[in-house]
Design a protein around this ligand. Sequence first.
Ligand SMILES: [Zn+2]
Length: 477
Amino acid sequence: MSLKVYNTATRSLEEFVPLRESEVGVYACGPTIYNHAHIGNFRAFLFFDLVHRHLEWSGYDVRFVMNLTDVDDKVIEAAYAAGMSIEEHTEPFGETFQADCLTLGVRTVDRYPRATEYIERMVDFIGTLIDNGHAYAADDGAVYFSITSFPEYGKLKGIDTSTLIAGSRVAHDEYEKEDARDFALWKATTAEDEAVGAAWDSPWGRGRPGWHLECSVMSMAELGDTLDMHLGGEDLIFPHHENEIAQSECATGHPFVRYWMHVKHLFVEGRKMSKSLGNFIRVRELLEEGYDPAAIRHLLISSHYRGDLNFTRDGLKASSSAVQRLLDFEARLTDVATDDSVEPSTLPELATTMVVGFRTAMDDDFNSADALGSVFGFVTKVNAELDERGTVPSGDRDAALDGLRSMDQVLGLLEVAHASRTVDDDLVSWVERMIEERAAARAAKDFGRADEIRDSLSAKNIVLEDGAGETRWKIVG
Ligand SMILES: [Zn+2]
């Protein structure tokens, strides 16, 4: 068995062969922290996590790097509008992003480089490109990459650049493929840049790096000139990744990336996400609505990353049931009656078949949909056998549990479900105190205060159920 990945650069499924046996270098384009990441961004982040986990589960030593973009057109515009420095503006979004990742079980990566920490290297990198004739300083104070100096320009997206006019330029970070032109590596400073602290000295005057350059410099600084895998959303293929290839390969003379992988965009309730529809959903909102983080994770990994995924609340409810099924199954196995003198069961064999099916699916370009299929098939079969016989040898039970837990090192569903259901002692005593206070308020007919207490509990995802003579509580989401 070997891992096969769909390489955007060759538009084909290829066997994954890392450059070095010792360590696989993976770079993923992380969030631009000018705003809160939404559920569409998290489809990509959870795919990155599946890649990370599956590689590690498969025995690779992985060095995984994901950047946080803290200076680009969007960051500067947002910071300026908020009257803050880029540092002040990006800080809370970076924190929320990390918190959301933690909640959804995204494994911590080795490095989270921020563009502003690499400015000196970026300036040096531009100097190299100018020296070897791939970039030029223009009269607008910016430095541009000359795309006609790199005949392979356009190969990732597959665009014909033969009709390009040499020297025609585009300064924006984002543009359409029809606008393939010389792009800015360094941009001359503006009043807005200075106001938000996004300006640095350089041999070409004060300015700031272009967005595309940032990922090239950070990825190579952390992983070397050639990366094994470079991951991103499909919207990044052009111009972002096309430009990364051009500037990186021209600066080093080496191939930049061995395997490019891109995640397809997500639909929300059947529609594309867009500003005008206002259908950007944040992870936090779903948690506040009471959804289980493990259900969000399940839904986002339930279809293959290159296939369509329609995010709906009904789908989330189905995912909640799927997660509950796994939890119930794990609990049943843990509690099942064991007796080593009874006939052997088929549980070990079912577990082996499941692991093989799971590995085959994940090795087939990270097909998480099929991988989940083999896990749930296993659940069904084991449940049926337990219904029939009730008692199994303890070794058989252990084999089934081990199989389930091994899969979860990649899927992370039980892991997230358990983490979100763990209640610490401080919380328990706080909740019990609140319930007593509420009972006292109700007895004194102070219903305003009683409602206030219920609200403060529900803000922490705690739901009260008033029964005969006592109030029970549970954590939702
Ligand atoms: Zn990037």
